[in-house]
Structure formats: C-alpha cells, structure tokens
Ligand binder design. Sequence first.
Ligand code: DGI
Ligand code: FE
Ligand code: FE
Length: 190
Amino acid sequence: MDRAILIDKVREQMPARRWEHTQGVMDTAVILAERFGADPVKADLAAILHDVAKYWPTERMERIIREHRLPADLLEHDKQLWHAPVGAFVAERDYGIKDRDVLDAIRYHTSGREQMTLLDKVVCLADYIEPGRDFPNVNNIRELAKHSLDEALVAGFDSTIHFLLTRKKRIYPLTVLARNALIQQMEVNE
Ligand code: DGI
Ligand code: FE
Ligand code: FE
C-alpha cells in the first residue's frame, strides 16, 4: 500500500489528537533510528500503524484476541495493553504489512518484550518521548535518549511501572522481562 494511502486510512481510525501523537512518534522514531542504527523506513512504517487499534471498542479487540489466538494472558491484564498486539494483527490482515520486524515493533510497543530488537526499542522509546508527550520525568527520558537507547527505555518502563504501582495495578510480565533484559544488557556493556 502506498504510504500516503496508508496514512489516510490509519488517520481515519482515531481522533485528531491521537493522529498528532502518531505524527510525533513517526518523526521521533525516524530520528532515533538514524541516531542508533535502526532502519528508518521500518521505524516510520511501524510508527504510522502503532496505535491503529487504540480507539477500537474493547469488545472488538477482545474478539480478535480470542478468535485469532493472541496471547490469552492479555485478557487478565490492563485493556490498555491490547491495542498493541491487536494493532500488529490488523496491520498484517488489513494493511498488508508483511515485514516481521515492523509487525513485532507494533506488537511490543506497549509492553516491550524480553529480547527487544533495535527497531522495537526505537518505536517504544519514540512513543514515550514524542514532542506531544507530557508526563513526570519525560524530559529526563528525552535527555537520556540523546546518548543511550537502553538507559532511556529503562527510564520509560520505570515511569510506567511506577505509575502502575501507585495505582495498585498489576504489571504485565513482559514489561518486567523487558526491563530486566535491558538492565542486564547495560551491565554487560559497562
Ligand atoms: O498507546 P499510547 O498511549 O501511545 O502508549 P502505550 O501504547 O505505551 O500505552 C501505555 C498504556 O498502557 C499506559 O496507560 C500504561 C498502560 N499499561 C497498563 N499496564 C501496563 C501498561 N504498560 C506497560 N508497559 N506495562 C503494563 O503492565
Ligand atoms: Fe500505544
Ligand atoms: Fe502511541
């Protein structure tokens, strides 16, 4: 699918402010890809689609998770997690995306995963720090992102985990695995 057509279709799936966020993620993901050596074309494509299912009704996401056997443990955790794996499914089925790297970057952009690829990290971090984002510590994460992808991403997961802890919410296991693996990598690289 032509990029301009893809953009028009994805844009129709969300309110204007979410599209602005998506544009911020596209710009940031390309900058981070160039900075840290990921493929900027794949980063752009994953960013365009990353929140495609964000505004789908819960029931519609739940049906896809059940009927297409996406990880069942999602249903036991925060619904905010669902749009990422559902988005990857939709990107493949409805938007013709075949590239496994791009699909995985969409799939894991919220939770992270244990062995994140460079592209996964770039898209996940871009989602945290795009210019429209405003949450406690976002400026610190933006500073870290100038020199270390891993340090910035750990700080991003830390802020999410902190947010979940203060609200007495469960933490999805992949997020814990993602954070542990990043810290282990950083220790090895010291
Ligand atoms: O879709 P966005 O708003 O752009 O951002 P996102 O895809 O990173 O979604 C983040 C939301 O997911 C945020 O409100 C926190 C929520 N969430 C709930 N449980 C978990 C979680 N995020 C992670 N990483 N891990 C969880 O266990
Ligand atoms: Fe998202
Ligand atoms: Fe997002």
